[in-house]
Design a protein around this ligand. Structure first.
Ligand SMILES: Nc1nc2c(ncn2[C@@H]2O[C@H](COP(=O)(O)OP(=O)(O)OP(=O)(O)O)[C@@H](O)[C@H]2O)c(=O)[nH]1
Length: 375
């Protein structure tokens, strides 16, 4: 009695700790809703195992507590699966439908209260848990990294849920194993599965946070384009192909007399022009071209597989389209941009190519702006 109280009490503490850790992470770091659902999953598990513990303390109510614990277990797995579906932006209808079916079914067994209701409820709970794990594994099936680790942990958890179902079946009154043996399976498997899942969800949360920060570090906050660090990463990937003799063009673009826009209309209007200009660049280029903002009103374009003649034709079209893009805005005088264009040479660093493109841009500015120069 004491040892089983200690076991179920420890499971309550473990699930509470993971639930609270996820809840705090969700609130503190402004995480997406799936983290809250996972926190809910562990808190529901804590409630479920709390009810089991309560059943041991008040044996008179053991059946009521046991059936409520079955509901809490299915709810816990359903919330976990719901979190995974949400994180992957996939529909949770299958999870919800399963949750409803198993809840009603377990409730029905309780109301029916046949001789075998308890064993059947246990079997239903284990099947419901395994069904939810099935959704999680299916959601993670093609994921790499932490997704692959999570998939394996969940496969083991699913196998464990199934073994609980089998044990429940074998422990039916008159079955070949005792109720004690069934409880033993639960006491070993549940804390193991709980710790595995808890560590896994926290790892996923940490890895999502790290990815978000990396993304932020590479992104320009105003325009959402890549920033200087982002473009350096992009060029590193592209230079590999440029070395294989595919022409890679670097273009530096700078808005003309931008200071005058700021001075006349204010900084917010200047920001709006930068944002619209960024969108114009993005929509004017091909999907595999790279657009980045590396300074105040200075942008960089990387045009892979684009030889000099094609690059100059493209840049010329772009240059002519800039005043048109702002023509409808009566507050603005003619908006134009200057361009410096160059090809990345074999074995050359990005900084060297950028410096040459900058020199070409300087010449465009010096020769009257609203023009493109190749270097
Ligand atoms: N609104 C806004 N202005 C910025 C931002 N970053 C830099 N600037 C402003 O951009 C202006 C750039 O001015 P200059 O370097 O003289 O360039 P310009 O007026 O465009 O002149 P040319 O480039 O020679 O044609 C400065 O007034 C900066 O304060 C920004 O994020 N938002």
């Amino acid at each position: 009695m004491l040892s089983s109280l200690i076991t179920s009490g420890s499971i309550v503490v473990i699930s509470l700790m993971f639930g609270l850790a996820l809840l705090v992470a969700w609130r503190r770091f402004g995480l997406e809703r799936h983290a809250a659902l996972w926190a809910g999953s562990f808190l529901a598990a804590a409630v479920g195992h709390g009810l089991r513990t309560a059943g041991q303390i008040w044996p008179g109510q053991v059946e009521l507590f046991a059936t409520l614990a079955c509901h809490a277990s299915v709810a816990s797995f359903a919330l976990l699966a719901w979190g995974f579906r949400r994180r992957a932006s996939r529909s949770s209808r299958g999870v919800m439908a399963g949750w409803l079916v198993f809840t009603v079914w377990i409730l029905w067994e309780w109301i029916d209260h046949s001789q075998t209701w308890r064993a059947t409820s246990r079997l239903l709970t284990a099947t419901g848990d395994a069904y939810m794990v099935g959704w999680i594994v299916a959601t993670l099936w093609h994921k790499r990294g932490t997704g692959a680790l999570a998939r394996w942990i969940m496969i083991f958890y699913g196998l464990y849920a199934m073994s609980v179902g089998v044990a429940a079946e074998l422990a039916r009154p008159g079955g070949i194993i005792s109720d004690k043996a069934f409880i033993l399976v639960l006491s070993i498997g549940t804390p193991t599965g709980m710790i595995g899942t808890g560590v896994m969800t926290l790892l996923i949360v940490a890895s999502d946070l790290a990815k978000g920060l990396q993304q932020q570090a590479r992104t320009d906050a105003l325009t959402g384009l890549l920033n200087r660090r982002g473009v350096e990463d992009a060029i590193r990937a592209l230079l590999g192909t440029a070395r294989k003799a595919e022409p890679l063009t670097v273009v530096v673009v700078d808005l003309d007399y931008f200071k005058a826009i700021n001075d006349r209309l204010g900084h917010a209007a200047g920001d709006d022009v930068l944002l619209r200009f960024a969108q114009h660049l993005k929509t004017s280029l091909r999907a595999h071209d790279v657009v980045a903002r590396i300074g105040g009103e200075e942008f960089v374009l990387l045009l892979p597989q684009t030889p000099r003649a094609d690059a100059m034709a493209l840049v010329e079209r772009l240059r002519c389209s800039v005043p048109e893009a702002f023509a409808h805005d009566t507050n603005l005088e003619r908006v134009s941009a200057s361009f410096g264009v160059t090809q990345v040479r074999r074995g050359e660093t990005f900084d060297a190519a950028l410096a040459r493109a900058d020199e070409a841009l300087y010449r465009s500015k010096h020769e009257g702006r609203d023009r493109a120069t190749h270097a």
